[in-house]
Design a protein around this ligand. Structure first.
Ligand code: ADP
Length: 473
């Protein structure tokens, strides 16, 4: 069964982006075409008007210099030369009486425009008019002008070239728009696919992960800030999930490995108690041993839970303002009797106050584990020194030094692992969880823990903690 949900093509983002792109592109092209068309039509009209005006000027100068007869001849020759279906003229008086005209058989539908004549009468020298002739596809541009005393010229020219242009333009427009639309759809689709290819990779990785490949990550390929950000965020989320899963796995392995033997031991002694006849006193001793072992197991389980939760970031830290100097002082007071008992001198160097923000319970456990180890692994006659100070405005540092047995170079990299205990320390009580817990707490506060040690000379655990809340990594 495929886990991939079925999405119809027209619901995909790529399709919608393509549609938007093609739509906007076509609209812009249409507007550009329209503007170009209007500009061109006005240019053609201006040209026709200029032609008419030039002719009118020629006619009026013939009239002025050679008289009406010469004008008639000149006008007839001019119209015949240009084509009687292209231009025509009429000469008439202000009252509308026609003196002369070109062959008007083709133009018989065009009369003298009374509106234009009245505009001339009102004082205008020239009037232009555009006439549509029924049954013909070309419009006619007409100029009325007073070219001499009492002589009005009506000069007409067919707008054939303009109509031809418009027809051609329309054909070009349709072909170009079809081509542009196809191009826009193709480019839009290409761009949408390219922009979304990063998303597809994230989706594919997510699909592979859902088929149990938690180690997979989305490659960061600089495909654009948003996609890279998504991939980085997705990878971070996966890191976190992987950490959680690994934590859970490790914990179950640890439980299986380290809790099994004490439980088997407990079960064994209970079985012995059941099957053998022993004096009451022996049963009491056995019960006391069982309680002790159970307490130890409970402590171990609790420590494991705290480590796992802290490392996984489950359960928020109870952050509050606290004084690191006071927490360290209290820890020293707590361990003073134990140190004295073991013949170890415990010194505590703290400033008057060292303000800091953290989870007091967690910080106490971390310091207690470090001091406990230092006292535990320092033989009688040795010394333990605990110091805390403000490093600068941003950090607080804690150092726990001892002159104890030290840690070998082979053990050093492993001591923070859960349940790891070096051979020389096996004689001491402990579960091997103290340092793992300390490191988990320090990291949850955004800090780091370091160790330096020399076997036989002693160890130093240094902790750096930011003073304000930091996001735990
Ligand atoms: P535990 O002390 O319960 O064994 P920890 O996690 O606290 O567990 O420490 C892990 C191991 O690191 C110890 O078993 C010990 O070998 C070593 N260790 C820790 N602190 C010291 C120290 N101050 N001096 C020498 N060895 C130490």
């Amino acid at each position: 069964m495929s886990s991939r949900p079925r999405i119809s093509f027209h619901h995909t983002l790529a399709f919608r982006l393509t549609l938007w792109y093609a739509g906007i592109f076509s609209l812009t092209s249409c507007v550009a075409f329209l503007m170009f068309y209007l500009l061109f039509v006005s240019v053609i009209r201006d040209r026709v008007d200029r032609d008419l005006l030039e002719q009118e000027e020629r006619f009026s100068s013939v009239l002025a210099s050679q008289g009406m007869g010469a004008l008639r001849n000149a006008a007839v020759i001019e119209t015949q030369a240009a084509g009687e279906r292209k231009i025509f003229f009429r000469l008439f008086s202000r009252s509308g009486q026609v003196f002369s005209s070109s062959n008007m058989s083709y133009w018989r539908d065009i009369d003298i425009g009374s509106e234009a004549v009245s505009q001339l009468a009102a004082g205008r020298r020239q009037v232009f008019d555009t006439i549509e002739v029924s049954g013909r596809k070309n419009e006619v541009r007409v100029l009325y002008s007073i070219i001499g005393p009492g002589v009005v010229l009506q000069l007409g020219q067919s707008m054939e070239s303009s109509s031809r242009f418009i027809e051609t333009f329309k054909d070009i427009f349709v072909i170009t728009m079809v081509f542009l639309l196809a191009l826009a759809a193709f480019i839009g689709w290409f761009m949408a696919k390219k922009a979304l290819s990063g998303l597809e990779e994230v989706t594919h990785t997510a699909q592979r992960i859902s088929r149990d490949a938690l180690g997979e990550r989305v490659p960061i390929k600089h495909r654009g800030h948003e996609i890279d950000l998504l991939a980085t965020t997705f990878n971070r989320m996966l890191d976190r999930i992987e950490n959680l899963v690994t934590g859970i796995k490790e914990m179950s392995e640890n439980i299986a490995h380290d809790l099994k033997s004490p439980l088997t031991k407990l079960r064994g002694s209970a079985e012995v108690a059941l099957t053998t006849d022993a004096p009451l006193e022996e049963y009491r001793i056995m019960a006391a041993d069982t309680i002790e072992e159970c307490d130890r197991l409970l402590d171990t389980i609790n420590a494991m839970l705290v480590i796992s939760r802290t490392e996984a970031g489950v359960g928020e830290l109870q952050m509050e303002d606290l004084d690191a100097a006071e927490v360290v002082r209290e820890a020293c007071d707590l361990f003073q009797p134990l140190a004295e008992e073991g013949g170890v001198s415990l010194t505590c160097r703290v400033p008057h106050s060292c303000p800091f923000r953290g989870d007091v319970g967690m910080i106490q456990r971390m310091i207690a584990n470090l001091v406990d180890n230092a006292v535990k692994y320092t033989p009688s006659g040795g010394a333990v020194d605990v110091a805390v100070k403000e490093e600068n405005r941003n950090f607080v540092s804690l150092a726990v030094r001892d002159t104890g047995i030290g840690i070998s170079q082979e053990d050093l990299p492993r001591i923070f692992e859960r349940f790891y205990r070096s051979d020389p320390s096996r004689s001491q009580a402990g579960a091997g969880l103290g340092l793992s817990l300390a490191r988990a707490v320090v990291r949850a506060h955004g800090g780091e823990i370091y160790v330096s040690s020399a076997p036989g000379k002693g160890s130093m655990f240094a902790v750096i903690l930011p003073k304000t809340e930091q996001p735990s990594s």
